[in-house]
Design a binder for this molecule. Sequence first.
Ligand code: KG4
Ligand code: ZN
Length: 353
Amino acid sequence: MSYIERANKRLDELRSKDGVVILAIESSCDETAVAVTRDRQLLSNVIASQIEIHKRYGGVVPEIASRNHTLAINNVVKEALAKADMTLDDVDCIAVTYGAGLLGALLVGVSYAKALAFASDKPLIGVNHIKGHIAANYLAKPDLQPPYVCLIASGGHTTIAYVKSLTEIEIKGCTHDDACGEAFDKVARVLDLPYPGGPQIEKLAKEGRATIELPTPYKDKETYDFSYSGIKTAVINYAHKCRQKGEELRRADLACSFQEKVTDIMVRNTIKCAEDMGVGTVVIAGGVGANGVLREKMSRAAESKGIKVFYPPLVLCTDNGAMIASQAYNMIRCGAKASNIDLDANANLKVFE
Ligand code: KG4
Ligand code: ZN
């Protein structure tokens, strides 16, 4: 029997097993992250962040990210196993993010996971990063059941998904230019704030008021789509004009105005989609989901319409291995086949793939 035949046979056995142990690797951007789960229970979640390294460049430098993943990955795997009080022998299945993300960064995780799976003769499951972000919610709330509407707002994506089942999702809205987190990071740069900009803008915005007028994209259009380039350009123009005139740049007001605008749009689109789809639950995923103002506004808007909102804890919003393990578990339960040893990283993997 070949490796892939053995892997698929083993996966078939795991579908009905209680206590499936998954070791999952995530390396799509600037976090080398590994988690160990047993069914929906999180046993360890180790995240080696490269933020401090990339900060000095004002954003993630892909080549540097890949090199640091290579340096970190072995120790992060060891630490995740040790924290879960397990050895590789206890693991039933290896999961890995194979897209979307930075190609070189993804390749480190994919190559490592393939070698680990092949050498230990365990099944391998390639996981879509965005589906992983959605699946983070099942760890925090094991009784969460589709259908629901999910806002995925990260550094690479801004998407509204109708989650039909554990593995099927339908995209209802997406960004036509920058992702929301990317816009936070770019606006932060204009405000001389370090990378990553989201948490920095949130902090500075607390000292300001939303007094600066910014445009509302697709104001009169029936759409769940997003666009951030107009808002971002308006912020840049405002800052340039202030500097040209020698006027003091009201940084906190600008941060607050930007945050208010983008969170208003995310809430409006998500709640509208939930109402139109007739679902009673809204879920938030991705790094921007850590934003307190977004969470508060979404809760208020949902409550007024009788819709429930659920957010994963902050550590499960930004990139982590646990979310990848959670989606791999969904895939096992739903009959997915194992990935073969020719699994390739796909930088542009689409949400529905
Ligand atoms: O999901 P994530 O960790 O990585 C990607 O898959 O992209 O998201 C990272 C993004 C960054 O752009 C960061 O600025 C943003 O999430 N972010 C936030 C907050 N925390 C992280 N944006 C707004 N408010 C926050 N508190
Ligand atoms: Zn992410």
